[in-house]
Design a protein around this ligand. Sequence first.
Ligand code: THU
Length: 130
Amino acid sequence: MSLSDAARAVRENAYVPYSRFKVGAAMRSTSGATHVGCNVENVAYPEGTCAEAGAIAAMIATGETEIAEVYVIADSPAPVPPCGGCRQKLAEFAKGDVKVTLATTDGAEFVTTVAELLPGAFGKDHMDRT
Ligand code: THU
């Protein structure tokens, strides 16, 4: 299954009683495996957990730590940009040149990269004085 189809399919499972805004994310890791996530909200934290964070957690749970490609889809007028926290999470597990496709359920796609999404990212090197 393509990343696009995987993201579109998992989006249907999003639990979004507060925003009513379903998001699906699919990520291919360097082994070639696909990991999916949808957003999950709760009454105390109605913004919940983003689809991207869910897909990353699913990848980590399989023992992999390196993302090779990302696809995010939502029923929005224009491709939805990942939130700031998710940009930092993507930067933790993907090299800057990793392709990120942001899509709408209507078929619009915006292709970008992890580095473009988080220019000047805080990284491990910023803690290194030696
Ligand atoms: N959301 C995502 O899952 N990913 C994004 O890239 C943007 C926002 C979710 C979080 C929340 O459940 C809903 O969309 C509205 O913010």
